[in-house]
Ligand binder design. Sequence first.
Ligand code: FES
Length: 170
Amino acid sequence: MTTDINKTGISRRSLLQIAGWGSLLVTFGITIGSILRFLYPRVLFEKPSTFNIGFPDEFKTDGSTSHRVYENWKEEQSVWVVKERNRIYAIHAKCTHLGCTPNWFAEEGIFKCPCHGSQFRGNGVNFAGPAPRPLDRFKLSIGKDGMIIVDKSRVYTFKEFEKPEAYVEV
Ligand code: FES
């Protein structure tokens, strides 16, 4: 005579019921998960590519150097703002060798890259190490309120530094 009771005392019918409920719960969980993912999609919120840096007359050279480098936007925007005698421009704080972030040494008046030793003058032009070209620059313009706007969506490489949008005349 056959029996539905196994050695643990659970009937085959009970096992099938447990398996059925288990599958139902898994399906339910997957469905709820899919609905939540649809309702709350993963979105990357990128920073806007433009930001104000202030009025042109807020940037001054201190007289002892030909370039004054402002580091206020380095951490958040990877940008140095440089004031030369009659112009302001925004340098991308990214080494043109392999992309490390150089450091500004105000007393020496140079940028040094910690990765492979490239060095750049205060205007971003390379003079030592493996970097193949000067540090890139970003587009600058003057907003309606008179403040300087940096636009990181437009990059200028060395040959374009004299384009009027690559700096602000002061
Ligand atoms: S990444 Fe700057 S020198 Fe290599």
